[in-house]
Design a protein around this ligand. Structure first.
Ligand SMILES: [Mn+2]
Length: 421
């Protein structure tokens, strides 16, 4: 079974409160079309966060509809499975699902309700069976419950008489298990891998925007060579575009081949060419800028040479900036007709030396909304508190998280006992 796995499209995103990214998403879908014709996958999976906001505008919805319909027309035998993420409105995704079902395209907005598991046939909505294997698709569920994941995998196994590959889709952050070498997993509110059940060969995850195969530290970010692992494999495909300026790593779609149930899983990253690249001015090999004029001329130079891209400025913290600094930058960029785009979140350097004069870190609204873990916030503001150690705070948080997890396990057991009694 061969699948193309992607997630976190964030269609309709307006970056830095100003820039519409539809042409970037269009360029991504062009590449996706190209890969579908080149690799001929049995299924295309989109593991949540289709849209950037719960109520995307008409143009964004039309873009999604047209892009998916076009993929289906061009590759009619390829299964397409789309689940809702935490950014999506599950109800809105669900509302369109019966229409998409006419084209055999699966859109899943909601997980099963708590009493659904008692009704035979509940699983039909979540299972896609192809000639080559099974896809059990679950969307983002605010209260993630282990029995749902296990139940849907078990129902797949009832049908899986020929040992075909089993793929599970989920949209969540995952922690726990043996994830040595993946310290960044803990930066987001997360669930333990065991809570997603067992019995799948490939877990196609969405939510974390950096692509990674969990539990394996040989997943080189820049390599497009095919890596094989014994099943099961747990993987984030990562987002196609950098959704915030902290995501400058390469973005890719995962091409996944699974030979049989409990067999081997091969993964190849298909790197996405970005319509607009991300640049830091001056680039990190140079010293940070020390005057506003220096920045103005570097930005002008960039606009002439590069002509397109997202830029972010690197400025020494001791540099005095005039009150019309931001306006001056926008004035320079105007000459490029919105092609060079400015992220007003400046990277200030040598803050430690200027701790008293250092500016307070600023946050975009979208960034704050995504920040489900207080540690992310602490990390960004830690330079303001020279007496605190980030590592110690992180350890304390992890300890609390572990205790809370144990408590909720106990609560679950107790409430089950009560029900049985
Ligand atoms: Mn996302």
């Amino acid at each position: 079974m061969r699948i193309l796995h992607t997630a976190d499209l964030h269609l309709g995103q307006v970056l830095y409160q100003y820039y519409n990214r539809v042409d970037e998403h269009e360029y991504f879908f062009q590449q996706l079309n190209q890969w579908c014709s080149e690799y001929n996958p049995d299924a295309l999976l989109i593991s949540g966060d289709i849209f950037d906001i719960q109520q995307p505008g008409a143009a964004t919805k039309a873009f999604f509809n047209n892009s998916i319909a076009r993929l289906h027309r061009t590759f009619p035998s390829m299964a397409i499975v789309v689940t809702a993420g935490n950014h999506d409105s599950g109800s809105r995704i669900e509302a369109d699902s019966s229409l998409w079902a006419l084209a055999d395209i699966k859109l899943i907005g909601h997980g099963p309700s708590s009493d659904a598991l008692d009704h035979p046939g509940w699983e039909d909505r979540f299972i896609v069976q192809t000639d080559k294997g099974f896809i059990a698709a679950l969307p983002f569920m605010p209260s993630l419950r282990k029995e749902i994941f296990q139940a849907v995998i078990d129902r797949v196994q009832d049908r899986n008489l020929h040992n075909l590959p089993v793929v599970l889709m989920a949209h969540t952050a995952v922690s726990g298990g043996d994830f040595s070498g993946h310290s960044d997993i803990g930066n987001i509110k997360s669930f333990f891998l065991e809570e997603l059940g067992s019995g799948y060969d490939y877990l196609a995850l969405g939510h974390i925007h950096r692509s990674q195969t969990l539990g394996h530290d040989i997943d080189c970010e820049f390599s497009n060579s095919t890596l094989s692992y014994p099943a099961p494999v747990v993987r984030y495909s990562g987002s196609p575009l950098h959704v915030s300026c902290d995501e400058q790593y390469p973005h890719s779609v995962s091409l996944v081949d699974i030979d049989k149930h409990q067999g081997s899983v091969s993964i190849k990253k298909l790197f996405i060419e970005q319509r607009r690249h991300f640049f830091i001015i001056p680039n990190e090999k140079m010293p940070a800028a020390k005057s506003a004029d220096e920045i103005y001329s570097s930005v002008s130079e960039f606009c002439k040479k590069q002509k397109t891209g997202y830029i972010r400025l690197r400025i020494d913290a001791s540099t005095p900036l005039p009150p019309d600094f931001t306006q001056n930058i926008y004035n320079i960029l105007e000459t490029t007709g919105n092609e060079v785009r400015y992220n007003p979140k400046i990277i200030f350097e040598n803050i430690a030396e200027h701790i008293d004069s250092s500016p307070t870190p600023t946050f975009e609204i979208a960034e704050l909304q995504q920040m489900t873990n207080p540690l992310d916030f602490i990390k960004k503001t830690i330079t303001q508190y020279p007496d605190l150690s980030f590592e110690e705070i992180k350890k304390d948080f992890e300890e609390v998280e572990r205790k809370l997890h144990n408590m909720s396990e106990k609560d679950n057991k107790n409430s089950k006992l009560k029900v049985e009694n």
